[in-house]
Design a protein around this ligand. Sequence first.
Ligand code: HSE
Length: 445
Amino acid sequence: MNSTIPAPGVAVLGCGTVGGATAQLLYSDEALIQERSGIPVRLKYIVDLDFSHARSLGLPESTFTSDLNAVLADPEVGIVVETVGGLTTAKDFFEKALKAGKHVVTANKALLAHHGPELMAVARENGTALSFEASCGGGIPVIRALTDGLLANRIDALYGILNGTCNFILTEMAEKGKQYEDALADAQADGLAEADPTLDVSGMDTAHKITIMASLAFGRRFDLESVPVEGIDTLDLMDVKFGAELGYVAKLLAVAERKSDGFSLRVRPAFISTEHPLAWIRGPFNAASIYGHRVGHTMYYGRGAGGSPTASAVAADIISAAHGIDGTRFHTLGLYQDRNKPEKQLPAGAITGRYYIRAMVFDRPGVLGTISSILGNHNISISSFLQKEPPEAGDGGRSLPIVITTHKTREEDLNGALEEVNKLEIVDGSCTMINIVDERPENLS
Ligand code: HSE
């Protein structure tokens, strides 16, 4: 086990939004951090090729350098912050820093979700460690909850709203009736969505985060590629509105549940009851709802994106590394992915739950009977049914939405039924199916 405490000099690699905010926090709040933590953490270097952003933040020119090797050779630098982002260059810098014996702090969830076990193994071989509080939930200390506050618990389930961009868009759709494209354009105009929002709206960013969080929650290794992922980019405003009529809010929900036959990790638009606290998470905020067998239900809420909140989490890791706490935790706990074997992940079809189904049907006699008997043949019980009176009653030429909610069923049974329904001539296009997520009840022992 590594017992060395890294030198409190910090090098920030990559001065973008998060790197710049971290450097600024360390520079401006040096005295506050020393007073609160008792550690003289100091920004020693900002490593980049372009310093225009660093200059615009008023950061000292004396910290600017493009010579990574010289930085890594400096014994006063014990902690390296990787805020380069992306996979290739970031991984190269990450490995170089670990091999130089530096403690690496990162917010790079994509890198950890794809290469976490490999990077952790490099850290262990080199007697150093890595910290990644800022990778999940931005400023919310949710990694610390899993690796510290909840350590005495067997974690049974974790539900998260983990992408601020998506939650902002969904809030605009639900509360202002905006179409997806308009809500996305507004998010981009407000600087809440990237010019290329694909990683966020496709659900992949959330999948990265739930893979990391689930590995710590359950002490298992999970494969990102096996996580069923659907984004919000195909969500229709019509379904958001019908859901609201039925008492649900549409959220991009990350779920990680311990089941008797494996673990279910998934990221999809889901309906949550308006009664549940996760339904109250609005705009760019994030939240995680975590169930432990001793503590019961806990929730964590805060800003999941943005320079300053993310820098708060990066700086907490820097301080914790400088105290030797994060290094000790990394070398002691059995939760990290490189210490665990790959775990059985259940496919989406194995999920059991309640579902919302919307079909576009031609308003002709027998439509409902045909659809309900297909569902019945697949052992699916209907819980509620909703159809609006058409603008011109009896106009069989235009398709109209009907909405059905089911009692608890297995998703693969529902898929089988919907495959048959989609083939019917009376059905226009394919049905939309959305899981209604009822959180697992507390399982206190
Ligand atoms: N782009 C992310 C979000 C933050 O909108 O929540 C970084 O993962």
